[in-house]
Ligand binder design. Structure first.
Ligand code: AMP
Ligand code: GLY
Length: 435
């Protein structure tokens, strides 16, 4: 098979690395890719947003399956365009990708179909939004409707912060048209878990749960980022919780999308808050998570290409795979200043010594080649991911490896996995366990 992966982040390096292990693979391309991806795929410099050039490339190269990494091309209708040209692409159509493309759409869908989520109101004008926030007088979460690269949600501790957020969105128009409508929602207390499921629209195959650390600083403090690290399995996610998530969230969501004439196919990523009353949806994404994909696929025992094909060909019920019993943990190394402004072009040293290990992968994200040297080119630079007999060992190995890598201004959190590991020994983390 001839396969194309679209994107250039850590997620895409991981997808390409796993697809490259499939015995069915003949040729792998990635657009635009990065230096890490170039060790398993031919990288071709076409932007992820350039649907027309991507489609022409796939036709010319007779690509059998295209796997789309980021949400932008999906929401813009890449899959529809490929299908119209007789090409197979993994991911939802434009109509179905609205689940991530519009928070207003997804919140209204959940309300209509009784899918558990935070209570909310939608506003398209500043004055009523302010009035509503003032009437609540407590923490709320303000979200822009459209895509905002992970920066469009404001968790506001008090009325003042919430008023500032709606003003930034609706008055200063900091998010442009994506902020024409805002969702103001109830603040939920709990533990966040990412559940990704493959679905062909009739069968749903939940993958192992992953926990992502979105905040910049240790203890999950500071501004939100795209994700500073992730791990799997998630100890709090027991069989009872898994079954509730499937019954109360995954099945009704896929069903609701069908009922709305927006049949969903691809990977459905549900960001969950596990609260004292059960799992509730924070958000939907219509693609693989980054960095969730890195620990998840390190643990996948099976042929990813087969699974993706089964999804596209509506025969997911035939899917066969299992999970490595070991734990996986990914530490994201970032450029100083991320998620704000940061410098690029810093030489990265030390990762050559880490290659060739079965239990360790250094996935490239924001990297590029400059005079044959690998240098930084983005905010999130590398995802150092290790397998260990348990989370503690995976964490130890990932940090040992990260310690061997250096570049000017390198920053990473030192506590990825703490939520799961704090319970080790004391067994205190039973707070959100669902029986
Ligand atoms: P979202 O863009 O909807 O995924 O939100 C980004 C992050 O904000 C989530 O991962 C949570 O950490 C936090 N968040 C979003 N909605 C809520 C909520 N209703 N209550 C508490 N935290 C939230
Ligand atoms: N790690 C969060 C995301 O992929 O949206």
């Amino acid at each position: 098979m001839r396969v194309l992966v679209i994107g250039n982040g850590g997620r895409e390096h991981c997808l390409a690395w796993k697809i490259a292990q499939s015995p069915r693979l003949k040729k792998l391309y990635c657009t635009p890719g990065n230096p890490g991806i170039s060790s398993v795929a031919d990288c071709v410099d076409i932007a992820s947003e350039d649907t027309e050039s991507l489609c022409n490339f796939a036709r010319k190269e007779k690509i059998d399956l295209t796997v789309v990494g980021p949400e932008g091309p999906l929401v813009a209708g890449l899959v529809d365009r490929f299908q119209a040209n007789g090409l197979r692409a993994f991911g939802p159509t434009k109509r179905a990708a609205l689940l991530e493309g519009s928070k207003v759409f997804s919140k209204n869908l959940m309300r209509k179909y009784g899918i558990p989520t935070a209570e909310f109101r939608v506003f398209s004008e500043l004055v009523p939004a302010r009035r509503y926030i003032e009437s609540i007088n407590g923490p709320v979460v303000v979200k822009v409707d459209g895509l905002a690269g992970g920066k469009g949600s404001f968790v506001c501790k008090n009325t003042g912060e919430a008023l500032k957020a709606v003003e930034e969105i609706m008055e200063e128009r900091a998010f442009g048209p994506a902020g024409e409508r805002v969702v103001v929602e109830e603040y939920m207390e709990g533990e966040e878990v990412s559940v990704l499921a493959l679905t062909d629209g009739k069968t749903i195959v939940p993958l192992e749960p992953v926990q992502d650390h979105k905040a910049l600083y240790g203890g999950d403090k500071g501004p939100n980022t795209g994700g500073m690290g992730a791990y799997s399995p998630v100890p709090l996610f027991n069989a009872g919780l898994a079954s509730r998530v499937e019954k109360e969230i995954l099945v009704p969501t896929v069903h609701a999308m069908k009922r709305e004439g927006r049949s969903y196919k691809g990977v459905l990523y549900v960001g969950l808050m596990v609260t004292a009353i059960g799992p509730r949806v924070l958000e939907y994404n219509v693609r693989f998570g980054d960095p969730e994909t890195q620990p998840l696929l390190m643990r996948l025992d099976g042929d990813l290409l087969d699974l993706l094909l089964a999804t596209v060909e509506d025969r997911l019920e035939e899917a066969e795979f299992s999970w490595d019993a070991r734990a996986a943990l990914c530490v994201v190394m970032t450029s100083a200043g991320y998620p704000g402004n940061y410098e690029k072009g810093k030489e990265i040293k030390g990762f050559e010594t880490l290659s060739g290990r079965e239990d360790l992968m250094v996935f490239h994200a924001g990297t590029t080649l400059k005079q044959k040297k690998v240098v930084t080119a983005g905010g999130r630079v590398l995802g150092v991911t290790a397998l260990g007999k348990d989370l503690q060992e995976a964490q130890k190995k990932a940090y040992e490896a990260a310690g061997k890598i250096s570049f000017d201004g390198a920053y990473y959190r030192r506590d990825i996995g703490w939520r799961a590991l704090r319970g080790v020994g004391s067994r205190e983390n039973k707070e959100y366990r669902i029986q």
